[in-house]
Design a protein. Structure first.
Length: 120
């Protein structure tokens, strides 16, 4: 049987995780291009799933499945940004356009103060 404080913490973490997953789903459906969708879903899925996995760790305590949940959180924090980066680079290499007025960072012209000077 879990304590009242533990139940409140688990409930709060599940609600927060569900909220982030819902926001990620709405972002996937509503945002205009692959870059914005990728950003919304990778950030929201990482925070949402991590909150739910943390709720699992709090529920089971320091023994058993809690360690599995914590390993899942670490794995998620390593793989979600990597996957988002790979998707972004693949979309850019395939020629998927950005929103109007946005450029890939390598194509942005340098400002005068950023340009190398003859003194270097």
């Amino acid at each position: 049987m879990i304590s009242t404080v533990q139940a409140v913490v688990v409930t709060a973490l599940v609600v927060v995780g569900s909220f982030f997953l819902l926001v990620g789903t709405v972002g996937l459906l509503r945002l205009p291009n692959v870059y914005n969708r990728m950003h919304a879903t990778s950030k929201a899925a990482t925070l949402g799933a991590s909150s739910i996995l943390l709720a699992t760790a709090v529920y089971y305590g320091p023994a058993g499945d809690a360690l599995t949940s914590l390993v899942g959180i670490v794995f998620l924090f390593f793989t979600a940004p990597t996957g988002a980066h790979v998707i972004s680079r693949a979309a850019q290499k395939m020629g998927v356009p950005f929103l109007e007025g946005a450029d890939w960072p390598a194509t942005v012209p340098m400002r005068d103060e950023d340009a190398p000077s003859d003194d270097d």
